[in-house]
Design a protein. Structure first.
Length: 51
């Protein structure tokens, strides 16, 4: 029986997430998404109340 993260397919999930980040051009965290779209660079999370 495998123990730890590898027992849950973590390597595959991490590879999938890295691939997704590359396709979506996510280069930093936190990346903020609103309704499935990334919040544009000139804005930050504090600006959401005004948008």
């Amino acid at each position: 029986m495998k123990r730890g993260a590898e027992g849950f397919g973590a390597d595959k999930r991490i590879a999938e997430m890295l691939d997704w980040c590359g396709k979506e051009e996510i280069r930093y965290t936190p990346a903020v998404f609103v309704d499935g779209r990334r919040l544009p660079e000139p804005y930050d999370i504090g600006d959401l109340q005004f948008l």
